[in-house]
Design a protein around this ligand. Sequence first.
Ligand code: N01
Length: 491
Amino acid sequence: MNDVKIAIIGAGFSGLGAAIKLQQHGFEDFVVLDRGSDFGGTWRDNTYPGAACDVPSHLYSYSFAPNPEWTRSFSRQAEIHAYINRVAEKYEIRRRTHFNTDVQDSRWDEASNRWIIDTDRGQYRAEQLIGAIGPLCEPNLPDIKGITEFTGEIFHSARWDHDYDLTGKRVAVIGTGASAIQIIPELAKKVAHLDVYQRTAPWVLPRADRPYTGVEHWAFKNVPLVQQLSRAGIYAGHELVSYGLTHNPNLLKPAELAGRANIARAIRDPELRAKVTPTFRAGCKRLLLSNTYYPALAQANTDVVTDGIDHVDTTGIVSTDGTHRDVDVIVVATGFHVTDSPGFEHITGADGRTLAQVWDHHGMSGYKGSTVNGFPNLFLMIGPSTGLGHTSMVYMIESQLNYLVDYLRTVTERNIARIEVRADEQKRYNAALKDTLSDSVWENGGCASWYKDKFGNITTLWPGFTFNFRRATKRFDLPAYQVNTEVGTAE
Ligand code: N01
């Protein structure tokens, strides 16, 4: 049994950020547990060809660890992964991190006021549990009839098989989301034939990606204000979009014009143009950015299949019109379990129910994306209603880190053994969010997306300006919580 004050599950952007902030504020007794063998979370796992960030580099980094070395305006996966590892080394977080440690179960023990954490490398006991497991880490494998019968190669975008050479192969990609539109142009360059199975055509806008010049690098390095201004400028631009997404979808019409122009520039064939033109309002699903996606679809070796998949057999995919297409490889770029993550099945609260069981009844819900009634001393990073479709998640993470540090400070100073957000406060908070969402494009834009849960509620996104979330999480608000200062027994 390893006794620690604080256990952090996950060493991705949010778990690492939590570890750094804890250390900086004198909370030394903590451990980070991660099932992988390196820092980076989603940026460690998503190594598919073309993987890159669609948020500009200077904004997609910690404000306390700016990176004047970014080589281009939109960074690629390897560079972001390397950045995260450099930051971890700089703050010496590796010595506190137990890699290759798979957390199998975490349960609240009311008698001792501790979290008992079972891993494949032994048990941990912690006063506070920080769940930084990431919302986009559990691959969603499509439930397509016969898919397990396929005798060729099949892999999910987040579990790329780099040992398999796709050169000259016949490949099918299922899905046309953020991951697929980055993969498809890379595959189209090297495979013999590519079938793109599109269920819903996404909005894809031009991507202002370019390498930084020598002068810019010099300025980023030597005049910190330049990097700060770049960051602030991008942030301000994104926040303008946020008003349209939340309150007035009509403001997103320019995005639709840019999306249509992007199609028209690359695709001549009117039939293909029609196929790939979205039928819902821009922003309802994540707005995607690419200059290479539509040209790849227009290539002679690529077909866009919109008939729907009926089933898969041993040699290929049969679409609903009965056409059989032989393939050597199926790439499933079908997203992640977000509102139904298997991770929720392994966190058990005070009444013996897991997060999965509680949320199965009424959907994901929490307070300020961080705490959940019924789950004492649990702090979730990027919890319910914190996701974004338009700007950097690192901004949201850093907002939560302010709240986390103040939460831990409060708990420590007041000798609080057990703390839990009040049910009425959580309810009030979520009712206000729901109200704000009622005019949003995610609600009214005419699409289905992973932003919604099985009840049709948007429980993944923060509606509105992110600076409002920053304000809401600036200080820990103890009155919203019920507390107990009676110290539990550790043995
Ligand atoms: O997953 P998705 P993703 N049969 O869920 C289709 C982040 N991200 O991995 O639209 C056929 O968006 C599904 O079709 P439809 C980003 O937040 C960021 O691409 O539901 N098709 C859709 O086309 C993003 O939002 C970056 O009709 C099926 C696709 O699969 C999130 O990750 C890069 C199907 C899934 O799209 C997830 O993106 C990459 C089925 N049974 C990802 N099931 C950055 O650049 C699903 N689909 C930061």
